[in-house]
Design a protein around this ligand. Sequence first.
Ligand code: CAA
Length: 246
Amino acid sequence: MTSRVALVTGGTGGIGTAICRRLALSGHRVATNYRNEEKARAWQAQLKAEGIDVAIAPGDVSTAEDAESMVRAVEALVGPVDILVNNAGITRDTTFHKMTSQQWNEVICTNLNSCFNVTRPVIEGMRARKWGRIIQISSINGQKGQYGQANYAAAKAGMHGFTISLAQENAKFGITVNTVSPGYIGTDMVMAVPEDVRNKIVAQIPTGRLGDPDEIAYAVSFFIPDEAGWITGANLSANGGQYMGW
Ligand code: CAA
């Protein structure tokens, strides 16, 4: 397998950590961004103790200026980005009639604008080198909607619109663009949902359990090898059977 350079945004989070780990164990050079240096350095040291190297660069992906300087720092540390996983995301859950413009904007900027902000500085290099993999980490709730998540569902559905347009524009350049839509995974983000609400959600999952972050990392890794070059514009659901729309 060819060793590539991978940038995973939000790599220090639950799903992000599993993606960084799996890509590094597959032989790729991996980097992520951070906003909190102390937390990121501790995370990096923990992976290092497992024998996994992940480069880290400062930058808030919700702003174009930060994202661009973060990408340039990553290039200086590990080389030009071949694989981009747009994974960074937050929730600000509340019913829409109570939602503030701040709760709306924070989610749209971090989850959706980040795709523009980070992909824009890497796409020209991928096109020039005639190879690339761009993977959006969306959500089951972008596919089916969710009570209390008008902001999040709008951003996550928007991510797949981004995927299918970029897929068309970049297919001739050896670049595939795909979406992975996780269901409810046992991360801090999902564990922050009130327990009674969460138990009702788990009861709707045919597998009867939350997903494991590595089950999402596996779905991401599926899109990366050269033999996945014909697969572009896809939206891969990984949700334990909770939503089977097609
Ligand atoms: N369908 C219908 N009614 C619902 C409902 C649902 N799914 N969920 C809540 N309700 C009802 C309640 O029964 C209650 O009704 P009554 O007032 O008649 O008793 C009412 O809505 C409560 O409404 P409020 O506006 O008072 O809501 P709240 O302030 O109590 O909290 C909430 C609402 C924030 C949305 C809370 O229910 C919640 O956290 N829900 C979970 C949202 C969720 O799934 N988030 C996912 C986070 S993880 C993630 O995002 C990762 C991923 O990609 C999957």
